[in-house]
Design a protein around this ligand. Structure first.
Ligand SMILES: Cc1cc2nc3c(=O)[nH]c(=O)nc-3n(C[C@H](O)[C@H](O)[C@H](O)COP(=O)(O)O)c2cc1C
Length: 193
């Protein structure tokens, strides 16, 4: 099973990035391969000028095409998800998320905009034909502390519990998808015989 983790924060030190890091470790421990992509690693001009033919953008599109599921992390910016993340999602072809499982993860300064994923990010994912967007995991800044390394840090107990619940559902979704794929492949094989 292959997962692409997208960090939508423009900040080099990112709280949503810390949550994503924990999620990736949790999935790795269960045998899921996670490939991480950070918005800040992209060439800003590729994103701002929507360069669909940029090699980096094309590699990203291919990685998404191969993935069974996506973790999408974002800070809340002005009551929505980050604009930088939108510039990247805008470059995905229309049916990119068809058949994939998505677990959104958002962090904000307070609970005031905890529904940002529901009213802002989910419509975008559904425009990309995602049919399985799971209930997102939302955290406020005080639940996440930074560690020594740029991506390291700790989550408080409540957030850890909520994240693990979200990941349990995510893993189940990934397993269903893999089983369905194998079933399809079996059916095609029988027909071919
Ligand atoms: C430009 C900007 C806008 C923000 N707007 C909001 C907001 O509308 N609501 C909110 O709860 N937090 C807001 N925040 C706080 C961030 O969402 C919060 O600190 C988040 O955890 C940052 O995530 P990151 O460290 O992964 O970038 C804003 C922060 C910045 C820098």
């Amino acid at each position: 099973m292959l997962v692409v983790s997208i960090s939508g924060s423009p900040s080099p030190r990112s709280r949503s990035g810390v949550v994503l890091q924990h999620a990736a470790q949790w999935l790795n421990d269960r045998g899921v391969e996670v490939s991480g992509v950070r918005i800040q690693d992209f060439n800003a001009e590729d994103l701002l000028y929507a360069k669909f033919d940029s090699p980096q953008v094309m590699a990203f599109i291919e990685a998404v095409a191969k993935a069974d599921g996506l973790l999408i992390g974002t800070p809340v910016y002005k009551a929505s998800f980050s604009g930088a993340l939108k510039t990247l999602l805008d470059l995905l072809p229309e049916r990119s998320l068809y058949g994939k499982v998505v677990l959104p993860i958002a962090t904000g300064g307070s609970i005031a905009h905890m529904l940002a994923v529901d009213y802002a990010l989910k419509p975008v994912l559904s425009a990309l034909k995602c049919q399985e967007v799971l209930h997102g995991v939302f955290a406020i800044d005080s639940q996440i502390s930074y560690g020594e390394s740029p991506l390291g840090g700790d989550l408080d107990e409540l957030l850890t519990q909520r994240l693990h619940e979200g990941l349990d559902h995510f893993l189940l979704g990934l397993q269903h998808r893999t089983q369905a794929r194998h079933k399809d492949a079996g059916g095609h094989l029988k027909l071919a015989l």
